[in-house]
Design a protein around this ligand. Structure first.
Ligand SMILES: [Fe+2]
Ligand SMILES: [Fe+2]
Length: 455
C-alpha cells in the first residue's frame, strides 16, 4: 500500500493499491483481464484505487502479497480506507476491467479469469453495503481506470486510438519498402551477440563481457541507468559496472547488458504499437522476465535463453512501427474494437507480419535457428519446428503479459487452439491460474508499484 502527497499522475501497477487523502493529481491503471476498483468517501476526503490480478489464491496456505487477489486484496484495501477515516455507508465504488481482450475462443471463455475476479469484487462490495456508481466489466476491450483525486471523480476510458475508416491512410505500403527498411536496421551490437552465444553454449566469460562493457561509454551508461530503474527495483544505488556485477550477480548482469543493448531499437520507435514512446521496450522487458520465470517453473527451456527470446520476440515491430503510425486509426479500430487478429491485419496492410519481419532480422543478425524460429512463430507456436517448446513458452509469456500486466503496449494475442498449445508445455487449462499466479507473484515481488515507465 502507498499513501502519497503531491501525486500528479500515478500509475497503480497490477497487484497493488494506493490509498490517499484528497489532493491534486490522478491515479490510473491500465486494465485488460485485471480488475480495477476505485473507492471514494467524499465526506472523509479519503479515496484510493486497487488493481487486482486474479480472483483468489490458488492454494489455501497462501501467505504472499494480498493485493494480487480479489478475496484478499479487497478486505485489505477497505481496511486501509477505514483506518484513514472512510465510512462504509459513504463509500462509492467504480469497477472496471475483467475483459476477455482481443479475439476470443470458446477456450478463452472457459478460462474467464477476469469475469471471476469482477464477480468476487461485486459480491464483496454488495456484502459491505457499498454503493457501486459505475461498473463496466467483461467485454472484449482493454480500458484505463482513472481517479481524479481532487474531485473524487472516477472515469473509464477505452484504450484505443479509434477513428472512422475514412481516416485510413491512402498511401499503400509496399513490401519491398519494408525489406529496404529491414536492410537499414542497425546491426546487432557485438556485445549482445557475444552474450547470446555464451548463453547458448553455456560457456560464460563474464569478466570479458564486463571489460567490453566498460570500454563502451554509451552501453555502460545504459546498463547503469537500467540497474537504477524501478524495473530492477534495486535497493542500493549502482554507479559502476563493477558495482552492478557485485549487486546483481553474473547471470542478472548479463540480462541487464542484453536489455540495455536492445533498448535503442525500441526507443526510436514512433509509438505506433504502443501508447507512448518506451511502451515497446517495457513490453519487451516484461515478456522477457515472464518467459524466464515460466521456463524456470515449467523446466522445459533454459531460463536465460527464454529471457533473450522474450526480449526480442517483437523486434519486428521496430521496423513496422513507422508504417503503423500512418495506418493507426484503422489498426486500432480493427484490432481493439472489431477484435481482428493483429498479424492478419499486418499481412493485409503491409504484406508481412511483425513476427515475419523479426524472423528476417534474426537471420540477418546470425542468431541461432532456434531463436529465429521462436521470433517467427511466437503468435503460432505450433508451427515452430526448430524450438517448439521455447516458442510455446514465449507465446504464453506474451499472453500473460498482454492480459494481466497491461502496459502502454497493446497486443491482442490470438488464443486459437489454446488447450493444445498449453498441452505442448505440459499444462492443463485448470493449471493456468496457478501459473499466472506464480509468474505474477514473482514479477510483482521484484517490481515496485511505482510507474515503471521511467527507464
Ligand atoms: Fe508479437
Ligand atoms: Fe508481444
Amino acid at each position: 500500500m502507498q499513501i502519497f502527497s503531491n501525486i500528479r499522475q500515478h500509475h497503480v501497477a497490477p497487484g497493488s493499491y494506493v490509498a490517499t487523502k484528497r489532493q491534486n493529481g490522478i491515479l490510473y491503471s491500465y486494465l485488460g483481464t485485471c480488475v480495477g476498483v476505485t473507492l471514494c468517501d467524499k465526506k472523509a476526503e479519503v479515496e484510493g484505487l486497487i488493481h487486482l490480478l486474479l480472483p483468489e489464491p490458488t492454494s489455501n496456505d497462501y501467505t504472499g502479497k494480498k493485493e494480487i487477489y480479489a478475496t484478499t486484496g479487497m478486505p485489505l484495501f477497505l481496511d486501509t480506507l477505514y483506518s484513514m477515516g472512510a465510512k462504509k455507508k459513504e463509500l462509492e465504488a467504480t469497477v472496471a476491467g475483467g475483459a476477455l481482450v482481443g479475439p476470443v475462443t470458446q477456450e478463452d471463455l472457459y478460462l474467464d479469469i477476469g469475469g471471476k475476479t469482477a464477480e468476487i469484487v461485486n459480491t464483496i462490495l454488495r456484502k459491505n453495503g457499498i454503493r457501486i456508481n459505475q461498473s463496466e466489466t467483461g467485454g472484449y476491450f482493454s480500458c484505463k481506470l482513472i481517479l481524479d483525486l481532487k474531485t473524487f471523480t472516477s472515469s473509464i476510458e477505452p484504450i484505443s486510438k479509434t477513428a472512422s475508416s475514412s481516416e485510413r491512410s491512402t498511401r499503400k505500403v509496399d513490401r519491398s519498402e519494408i525489406f529496404h527498411k529491414i536492410d537499414h536496421v542497425r546491426p546487432i551490437p557485438q556485445i549482445a551477440l557475444k552474450i547470446i552465444r555464451m548463453i547458448q553454449e553455456k560457456d560464460y566469460n563474464i569478466p570479458m563481457i564486463a571489460r567490453e562493457v566498460k570500454q563502451d561509454q554509451i552501453i555502460s551508461a545504459k546498463v547503469i541507468k537500467l540497474c537504477n530503474s524501478t524495473f530492477f527495483g534495486l535497493k542500493k544505488k549502482v554507479d559502476s559496472i563493477d558495482r552492478a556485477m557485485v549487486i546483481l550477480g553474473e547471470k542478472l548482469i548479463m540480462q541487464v547488458i542484453l536489455s540495455a543493448s536492445f533498448e535503442p531499437y525500441f526507443s526510436c520507435s514512433e509509438g505506433g504499437y504502443s501508447l507512448c514512446r518506451g511502451g515497446l521496450f517495457q513490453h519487451a522487458l516484461d515478456t522477457a522476465r515472464a518467459a524466464e520465470k515460466l521456463a524456470r517453473f515449467l523446466k522445459i527451456a533454459t531460463p536465460d535463453i527464454a529471457y533473450t527470446a522474450g526480449l526480442i520476440h517483437d523486434i519486428g515491430k521496430v521496423v513496422l512501427d513507422q508504417y503503423l503510425v500512418a495506418e493507426l486509426p484503422l489498426f486500432y479500430r480493427r484490432t481493439q474494437i472489431e477484435g481482428m487478429d493483429l498479424c492478419e491485419l499486418e499481412r493485409e496492410s503491409f504484406g508481412i507480419t511483425h513476427a515475419e519481419v523479426g524472423g528476417v532480422l534474426a537471420e540477418k543478425w546470425g542468431l541461432s535457428d532456434g531463436l529465429s524460429d521462436t521470433i517467427l512463430y511466437h503468435h503460432q507456436p505450433e508451427r515452430s519446428t526448430r524450438n517448439p517448446k521455447l516458442t510455446h513458452v514465449i507465446y504464453l509469456a506474451d499472453l500473460i503479459m498482454s492480459r494481466f500486466h497491461l502496459g502502454k503496449e497493446l497486443e491482442h494475442i490470438n488464443t486459437d487452439g489454446l488447450y493444445s498449445r498449453l498441452e505442448k508445455i505440459g499444462l492443463t487449462p485448470s493449471q493456468v491460474p496457478a501459473v499466472i499466479d506464480s509468474v505474477s507473484q514473482e514479477i510483482s515481488k521484484e517490481s515496485s508499484s511505482i510507474d515503471r515507465m521511467d527507464l
